[in-house]
Structure formats: C-alpha cells, structure tokens
Design a protein around this ligand. Structure first.
Ligand code: CA
Ligand code: CA
Length: 400
C-alpha cells in the first residue's frame, strides 16, 4: 500500500512536470481567466459531418466520391458519418468491395444506415398497408425487410441478405445510427427492431436535440442546427460554419451545442438522387429503377467540392472550440468513463500517456486516439481538460 501511494505521488509529479513543460508558464492563468469570462460549458460545441449515400443511378460516381471524401477527412483527421442505404451497400459489396473495406477500417469513418423508398415505412410512403397490420405482423414485416436486400421494382425484400442486418455483417459492427425516418404508429415497432439489432441512435429533424435524449430505447442523434452545406455553394465555408455554430450555441444554451454538417452523394455529381426520381412520382409498384437524375456540369461539381473541402479544412482549424465527432465519439461522450483516455473500458496505467497527451496537445491526442475523446480527461467535470484535472485523475488511478 505504501509503495502504491508513493508511485501515485510520483505519477502526479511527473504529470505536473510534463504538463508544465509542454504548455508553458502562461497556460494556467489563461485557463483561469477564461473560466471567469465564460462558463466552460458554453464553449463546448461539436460538428457532425454526415454523408448520406443513396444515388443508385450513378454507383461509379458515388463510389469515387466516397473515396475522395474519405481521403479528405483522413488528411485533416476530421471524423465523418457515412450513411448507406441497403441498395448502395449491396451495390458496393458486389462491385466495389475495397471501398467497403476502406470505410470499415478508416480511422475517421463511422458507417451508419438509412432508409429510402420503396421501403414502406419511410414517412408518407405506406404503399404496402403496414398501417393496417397488427403490431406482431408489422414487426415480422420490418424484420423481414431489415434482414434482406430490397427489390427495386416491386419494393419487397429479396431472398439475399441485406439492409440493417446485412450491413452489420458487411462491417463487422452494428451501424450505430439507423435513420428510417419512420413516424406515427409505425415508429415504436420500427425503432424497436433497430434497437434489437444493435443500433444506438436514430435521427430526428425539425427540432433541436440535446446530447443524451432518448426514445424507443435509443439515443437521439444530437443536433441544434441542421446545416445543409450544399445550399451554400459559392459562399465562404468558414463563415457558413461560424454562423451555424453561433445559432447552435444560442439554441443549446448551457448544453453542448451540435451542428450537423449534411451532404448527400448526389450533391457532388447529379441533379437529383435516383430514389426520388423513381419513387416519388408514383407511390405503388412496379417501378422503373433505371430512371435517374441528370449529371451536374464540371463547374457545378468543382464548386460543390471546393465548398466541402474548405469546410473540412476549416473544421480541422477550429477543433479546439468545435470538435468534429462521429457516432462512436458520441457514445464516448454519453457512456465513456472519466479518465479512460484510451477508451479500453478501464482506468489504469495505460491511460497515463494519453492523459498527458490530452492535457498538453488535444489535437495530437485526437489523431492518436481517433475513436476516443479528449473530454474524458475532464475528470473534475468543469468542461475543460487542464492542470486542475491532474489530481482527480491520479485519484482515479489510485483510488479503490
Ligand atoms: Ca483505459
Ligand atoms: Ca476539468
């Protein structure tokens, strides 16, 4: 016991020395001044980049775009959530398997799942009479859809594996977010199926959502501003992000503020995604899935890419005050253990090096531990990671 205490004291001295050496003498007074000027909670903001992939009319364009987006996010260490429909996941698995490998293993990508017509539990799209089914029949039907591929002509499940359960198999993990947008009487059953399959979040639009809100046994994806970045072509990406962050902070108040930065694959190359061209004009089978939107011109594509690239670069530049995160980070924020800086589920000696890194160089920490989060170093819970967290961290390491 005595030796244990001595070692704890040694760690503390080491941490203080290392932190002071990295940060310089001016750091501590500055941190104190900032606390007096503004509550640290008010400074907490997050950016959630989402790429919604759904344009089956141009699978080659879509695959190339995802590769390019992944490279961009890897270059700047900015996390991104890539949402796939079953149609896109199945197309990629068949024709672009290395793309799925890349998405699965990229340190900055989290793959989630979304639903588009002709799946009949998409809002206002019940061509199949789901509303007339008993709860048990409805659940069986949803499970059938979510374990099979989707027939684009007749809108029914195929005999092949697919949808949420199929994507889970392709990835080797349960897509953390399921976004069917189901509403009304269908919602409890539909969301219950995703919950049972391992999803952790769903998406709502049209109202602010704080981190930690739950419904149907799932978390709601936090979002105070739904920034449709694609509507801002030709504008300064930094200005657009700053305005969204300001609005999000106003709406969030004392809670952490979240800006969803949303793009679709087709925004970069086509005038409309195939699913809306095929399934919105006529809402009952059979459909002609060979219809598609037109291709954008090269200047249009370049303008959209330039906007997006500038936004990702800007997000990297301001990560000290608006951290870019994806779903695994959200789970760390919601369920992570204080002091577990390497996110292996326990607090022990292996967390000392990452704690020192989080304390002294948050950006280097984010690169070294892309699926963990700096905020777990905020052991005293005041919203920032600084020297005041050293003693509480040492107590975590040495306490009962
Ligand atoms: Ca740990
Ligand atoms: Ca703290």
């Amino acid at each position: 016991m005595r030796e244990w205490r001595w070692r704890a004291g040694g760690w503390r001295a080491l941490l203080v020395v290392v932190a002071a050496g990295f940060a310089g003498a001016a750091m501590e007074p500055l941190a104190v001044r900032e606390r007096v000027a503004a509550p640290p909670e008010a400074a907490r903001a997050y950016l959630l980049f989402s790429l919604n992939v759904h344009d089956f009319g141009y699978p080659a364009e879509s695959a190339a775009l995802i590769e390019r987006v992944t490279s961009l996010h890897e270059t700047w260490h900015v996390p991104v959530e890539v949402f796939l429909t079953t149609t896109m996941a199945d197309l990629f698995a068949a024709s672009y398997p290395t793309l799925l490998d890349r998405l699965r293993t990229s340190p900055v990508v989290s793959v989630s799942y979304h639903v588009r017509p002709p799946v009949p539990y998409y809002p206002d799209y019940d061509w199949a009479g789901l509303h007339q089914m008993s709860p048990a029949e409805l659940r069986a039907r949803v499970v059938e859809y979510e374990t099979h591929g989707l027939d684009l002509v007749w809108g029914v499940p195929t005999v092949a594996a697919g949808s949420y359960d199929g994507l889970r198999g392709l990835l080797g993990y349960a897509p953390p977010i399921a976004s069917p947008m189901a509403d009304g009487v269908l919602a409890p059953t539909v969301y219950g199926v995703y919950r049972d399959f391992g999803a952790r979040f769903f998406v709502v639009h049209g109202r602010p959502v704080n981190l930690g809100e739950t419904q149907y046994g799932l978390y709601l994806r936090p979002e105070h501003v739904d920034l449709r970045l694609y509507e801002h072509v030709g504008q300064n990406a930094g200005t657009v992000l700053e305005e969204a962050l300001t609005r999000a902070r106003q709406i969030a108040g004392a809670a952490p503020a979240f800006v969803g930065v949303k793009m679709h694959d087709n925004d970069f190359f086509s005038t409309a995604p195939a699913w809306s061209v095929v399934y919105f004009p006529k809402r009952f089978p059979p459909w002609d899935p060979n219809q598609k939107g037109g291709l954008k011109t090269e200047p249009q594509r370049t303008a959209m890419w330039n906007l997006y690239e500038a936004a990702v670069r800007y997000a990297d530049a301001i990560r000290d005050r608006a951290r870019p995160v994806h779903a695994p980070h959200l789970l760390v924020l919601l369920e992570g253990r204080k002091g577990d800086l390497n996110c292996d589920g326990v607090v022990n000696n292996f967390d000392i090096d990452p704690f020192v890194l989080a304390l002294t160089d948050p950006n280097a920490y984010a690169r070294a531990y892309p699926h963990c989060d700096w905020i777990l170093g905020d052991v005293n819970g005041d919203g920032v990671v600084d020297n005041f967290d050293i003693d509480p961290f040492v107590r975590l390491l040495t306490g009962p």
